[in-house]
Structures are given as C-alpha cells and as structure tokens.
Design a protein around this ligand. Structure first.
Ligand code: C5P
Length: 217
C-alpha cells in the first residue's frame, strides 16, 4: 500500500571516502546494504526518496533519486540541498575524520620517511539535520553501530544528536552484521525501546518503513 504517498524521504547510505592523495583514501567497512534496503522499502510504499550515498559496494535501490558523493563534506552539502523532507533516515557510516590537507599529488615513499597524516573532525550530518529549526524534518532517524555497550551508547547518542529515533545495532565482527545480509536491531525512541529479532536487512527495512509511515500519518 502507498502508505508514504506524497511524502519526501531523505536517506543517507554507505561509507564515505576521505582522500589522502589522488589515489588513496580512508574508508570503512560499510557496504550500504541496510541503507539501500531502507531506500527501497520507502520507495515501495510510495515515498519520493532522495538517496544520498557514498561509495557503497551494493548498487542503489531503483525508484529513488540517487545522489552520489564521496566525502562527508560532500554528503552534508547534498543533504542540505535535498531538504525539506518529511523524514530523514541517516544510515550512512560517515567517516569521523578527514585528512587535513590532502595532497594534490601522489605521496612518494622515497620522500624521506612515511608521512604523518593530520586529521580533522568531519561535520556531524545527523546532528546538523536534527538541530535545524523550521526546516527540520518531522522525523529524524539515526543509526548507532557499536561494538560494546550497544544500548547505553545508542541512548546517549539519541540525546546528544537530538534525533527522534535511533536504530541500534551490534557490529562486533562475530555478529557478521557489517557486510552481511542480516541485522539485529533495537529501535530506541522517546517512548521506549523495542528489540527486534534477528532478521534480514530487507525485513528490518520493511518494519522500519512501516513504523515511519505510521509516525508520519
Ligand atoms: O556518531 P556516530 O557515527 O556513531 O553516529 C551514527 C549516526 O550518526 C548514524 O545515523 C550516521 O549516519 C550519523 N552520522 C552522520 N554524520 C557523521 C557521523 C555520523 O550523519 N559525521
């Protein structure tokens, strides 16, 4: 059913790449699978979806407007350009840091020892969107990928970032979740917490999309 007909949903997905020089970058293990499944589930329910994605290892969903970016800075600009939206789901694994002055030329190993990379903090896109005034989406959903004390960290993150919901998941390597096809999440809202049984990322996306449709109805 078109439970999200007439709604504009913004989704971020995938990792970001932060350049070191023209041929090297800092990245992370996000595949973009969960964000892609969410984009697809929202589009299937009739939403107009703007899908801002870093360099993911899975193709983007069909039926969405795909905006490809590389860095966190580019992702923030693309997100700002995509607003207003009724809801935003920030599933991207955004790099926390970028290299302060990425070299315009390839760094050479015979240039006098290994380089030292100075890092600077990236903008927090979720916190920026959640902190908007009039143009804040009515519902802002973040993710918390943690390897320990998952729920405590996720609860703190929801409050610190000012988002409405946090989808918490344990990405310790033993879970096989990062890069895998299944996910086990807890949905944390102001009203309480729900632990969902382990299921496919498509099923997580479907359930989350249904909950978003209810919240926006
Ligand atoms: O701070 P941390 O990366 O653990 O928070 C995860 C959540 O914040 C995810 O929803 C992610 O998409 C979002 N995030 C963001 N911009 C950042 C860092 C994280 O939107 N720079």
């Amino acid at each position: 059913a078109r439970t999200l007909g007439g709604k504009h949903l913004l989704v971020t997905s995938g990792p970001t790449h932060e350049p070191i020089d023209p041929v090297r970058y800092i990245a992370n293990r996000s595949s973009g699978a969960q964000g892609t499944a969410i984009g697809a589930a929202l589009a299937e329910r009739g939403a107009r979806v703007t899908f801002v994605t870093g360099p993911a290892s899975v193709p983007p969903p069909s039926g969405v407007e795909v905006i490809r970016v590389e860095t966190a800075g580019e992702m923030l600009a693309a997100v700002q350009a995509a607003l207003p939206a009724d809801a935003a789901v920030m599933a991207a694994a955004v790099a926390d840091w970028h290299v302060v002055s990425a070299s315009g030329q390839k760094l050479k190993k015979d240039g006098g020892g290994p380089p030292t990379l100075a890092l600077a903090q990236n903008p927090d896109i979720l916190a920026a969107v959640a902190g908007l005034g009039e143009s804040r989406p009515r519902l802002v959903v973040g993710f918390a990928a943690e390897t320990e004390n998952v729920l405590e960290h996720a609860r703190a993150k929801r409050l610190r970032k000012g988002c409405d919901w946090i989808v918490a998941n344990d990405v310790s390597s033993a879970t096989g979740i990062m890069g895998g096809t299944e996910n086990a999440v807890t949905l944390i809202t102001a009203g309480g917490e729900e632990a969902w049984e382990r299921m496919g990322k498509d099923a997580v996306a479907a359930r989350l999309a249904d909950r978003i449709a209810q919240a926006l109805a």
